[in-house]
Design a protein. Structure first.
Length: 256
């Protein structure tokens, strides 16, 4: 995808202000990751309690997570609209597939469970084991941010999903996750971008635009390096934490 007549490199030698911008984006996004980490801790605690009591875990053992999710959804500095635990197949004693996931309700302070079709023979089966936000943390053992995408059979909106793998006693038992509507994520990230005079584009691992400070690149579009002339160069800065797949693209010799 990258053509030879473009400068495409790392952050070495880049402007300190741009590096600081990338760090500020990391810090702002980390509040969302932190919400998933709190869920991760609670899930491990509840799972351990259930196993010690009866050597197996069932759906009702996870009901207490609702209180944790409700608290996270009410925190104004965490721009999430849904969160919970998506259980690995065949690890619960009383069902093969299960989600403990809640969303913002219509009334302030209320949460509602996410209801999806888990009938594997149904036309609208919600095949979460084969969704990237589930299988990537499982296979790689690290957190991931998937999106932006439209979850047609779930929340039916343009979102990014932050997910962390959960391992108990050496066994993968599922993921802790949080959904962030893309417009909420923009509100967290864009203020850092608009402080900079250089055109900046935040992209995911597919080079899809998450946020930008130039009208040339709209949210959800693909950043296309080959669309620039040979006199236009760019470099990128890779973000850390659990958004290591994101890059801040910095354009040079460019007019929006």
């Amino acid at each position: 995808m990258i053509q030879d007549d473009f400068v495409y490199g790392s952050a070495e030698g880049s402007d300190d202000k741009i590096l600081a911008c990338a760090k500020n984006i990391e810090s702002s996004v980390y509040v969302i990751i932190n919400a998933a980490e709190k869920l991760q801790d609670d899930i491990i605690r509840l799972w351990g309690m259930a196993e010690r009591q009866r050597q197996q875990v069932v759906r009702k053992d996870l009901a207490e997570l609702q209180g944790t999710v409700k608290r996270l959804l009410s925190e104004t500095n965490v721009q999430i609209n849904g969160a919970g635990f998506v259980v690995a197949p065949n690890v619960l004693a009383d069902t093969r597939l299960h989600l403990e996931w809640w969303r913002d309700g219509i009334k302030a302070g209320h949460v509602i469970p996410l209801k999806v079709n888990l009938d594997e023979g149904g036309d609208t089966f919600y095949d979460y084991p084969n969704m990237p936000w589930f299988y990537k943390p499982k296979s790689e053992g690290v957190g991931h941010v998937i999106g932006p995408y439209v979850d047609m059979m779930g929340v039916d909106m343009y979102i990014c999903t932050f997910s962390l793998p959960i391992v108990y006693d050496g066994q993968f038992i599922g993921i802790a996750g949080a959904d962030v509507p893309l417009n909420n994520l923009e509100a967290v990230v864009t203020p850092h971008l608009v402080e900079q005079h250089q055109p900046l584009i935040l992209v995911n691992d597919d080079l899809r635009v998450i946020a930008s400070n130039t009208s040339r690149y709209l949210v959800g579009e693909f950043f296309k390096p080959f669309a620039h002339s040979s006199s236009q160069s760019y470099y990128y800065i890779e973000l850390g934490h659990s958004v290591e797949s994101w890059r801040l693209v910095c354009l040079n010799h460019y007019s929006p």
